[in-house]
Design a protein around this ligand. Structure first.
Ligand code: NIG
Ligand code: FE
Length: 418
């Protein structure tokens, strides 16, 4: 049965080419007034046209009343670490007292604390925790969520994490995209000597990646490439093994300190380079010459209390497509609120509202290799939609921290309903 979404004040369509938008292309979210959307029974968008025309063309359709709200493509959150156990609120006060993120990690906290915790939990426990968090994520307008492993750091617990994601993808109406992040940290039991570290690298490249690929548990492989975590040569080696196993590539690149990780992302033709708060001029030039999406995570820098955000304006000026994502994780960005990320995109990264919407939809989709299917309200695309209780789309980043999202749909099926 066709559904007609009628009586919207505006529809943010982001209509245009089915690929990442760069430069001035990113500045147009193609917002249309007084139109409705027809969704076919197969869950794809059939038409975007005046309400009256849709009523005439689809007389038997079911009506969804948008009640004067604003309809947008569901947000595509292309970077999260949503499978974890307990929260890490104690680190917030430690940072406030002047103990930095990497220092907390050196003391066995940070990612290591989440690793200890995750390893002690069952898959069922992790699935229950993640389901509740994903429900909140969807309630803020997100319909696609990339989820990384990386709090297991052993063959068994990394596979458990990815199998939980696979199970949630089958159970929940959201679109989930799994990423293997076995190189999120070097686990504590592999840090004594250089041989210990080498043994873990071998485990990642020779055991974990082949096992993940064999079971079809991940679409991407990511590495935390950062001074003090994984070096550029180690990252090149891990991602080389991932590519050989058929995985696509992502990097946590130049997040806290510059380590020429963006250059590596460009060299490898990674689908996305994420964070980039410490990217260099050279790194920007390298990304501009590549097809890699720059995924910026302004919530992370905000939550860590760091003064420097990624140079979004310079990236856009250089012609690099910019995506926004939440980085939802227990250590550096515990937010489920994607509209808040839009706010930060405008206030901290100095994006226009249109650039922020494109970053959250089409370019997020491109960062997942899905720009041909999701991220736009255009005929032929999946009907992944979010309805907001505002009259103008610019209010969505404006009422910061609020939850104006009323309903979300994936493939025309309700995910969150009020
Ligand atoms: O994207 N940088 C590495 N990973 C996460 C943080 C993970 C954690 O602290 O638990 C990030 O910031
Ligand atoms: Fe991250």
């Amino acid at each position: 049965m066709t559904q007609l979404f009628l009586n919207a004040s505006q529809v943010v369509t982001c209509a245009g080419p089915a690929r990442a938008r760069r430069g001035t292309e990113q500045a147009d979210a193609v917002v249309r007034d007084r139109v409705g959307v027809a969704v076919a029974a197969d869950g794809t968008i059939a038409a975007v046209a005046a309400d009256a025309a849709l009523r005439t063309d689809y007389p038997a359709a079911t009506i969804v009343d948008c009640a004067g709200g604003v309809l947008t493509p569901g947000f595509v959150d292309s970077h999260t670490h949503a499978i974890f156990g307990r929260a890490r609120y104690e680190e917030q006060e430690m940072r406030a007292a002047g103990i930095g993120y990497l220092e907390i990690a050196k003391r066995g906290g940070g990612i290591h604390a989440s690793v200890r915790d995750l390893r002690s939990r069952t898959a069922d426990d992790l699935a229950v925790l993640a389901t509740e968090r994903l429900r909140r994520i969807a309630a803020h307008g997100t319909t696609t969520v990339e989820i990384k492993s990386g709090y297991g750091l052993s063959l068994e617990s990394e596979l458990t994490t990815l199998r939980v994601i696979q199970r949630l993808a089958a159970e929940l109406p959201l679109r989930l995209v799994p990423t293997f992040l076995g190189a999120h940290e070097v686990p504590l039991e592999h840090r004594e000597t250089a041989q210990d570290r080498e043994a873990y690298l071998q485990r990642v490249t020779e055991e974990m990646i082949p096992a993940v690929a064999r079971e079809g548990l991940a679409r991407f492989c990511d590495v935390f490439c950062e001074p003090g975590v994984y070096t550029v040569p180690e990252t090149r080696r891990i991602l080389g093994a991932a590519r050989a196993a058929g995985l696509q590539l992502k990097l946590h690149a130049d997040e806290l300190e510059n380590g020429a990780a963006a250059e590596l992302a460009a060299e490898l033709g990674a689908t996305s380079a994420d964070h980039l708060a410490a990217i260099s001029e050279q790194g920007i030039r390298a990304l501009a010459a590549a097809a890699t999406v720059a995924t910026l995570l302004p919530g992370t820098m905000l939550f860590l209390g760091r003064p420097r955000q990624a140079p979004a304006r310079a990236l856009i000026a250089a012609g690099v497509p910019v995506a926004l994502a939440s980085d939802f994780n227990p250590g550096t960005s515990p937010t489920v609120n994607f509209p808040l990320v839009l706010t930060l995109g405008v206030s901290q990264l100095r994006l226009s509202v249109a650039e922020a919407f494109v970053a959250a939809t089409v370019n997020g989709a491109a960062a997942l290799g899905l720009a041909h299917r999701i991220g736009q309200i255009t005929p032929g695309f999946a009907a992944d939609l979010a309805l907001f209780d505002v009259r103008d789309h610019r209010e969505i980043p404006y009422w910061y921290g609020d939850r104006r999202c009323q309903r979300t749909w994936v493939g025309g099926r309700p995910v969150h309903a009020g």
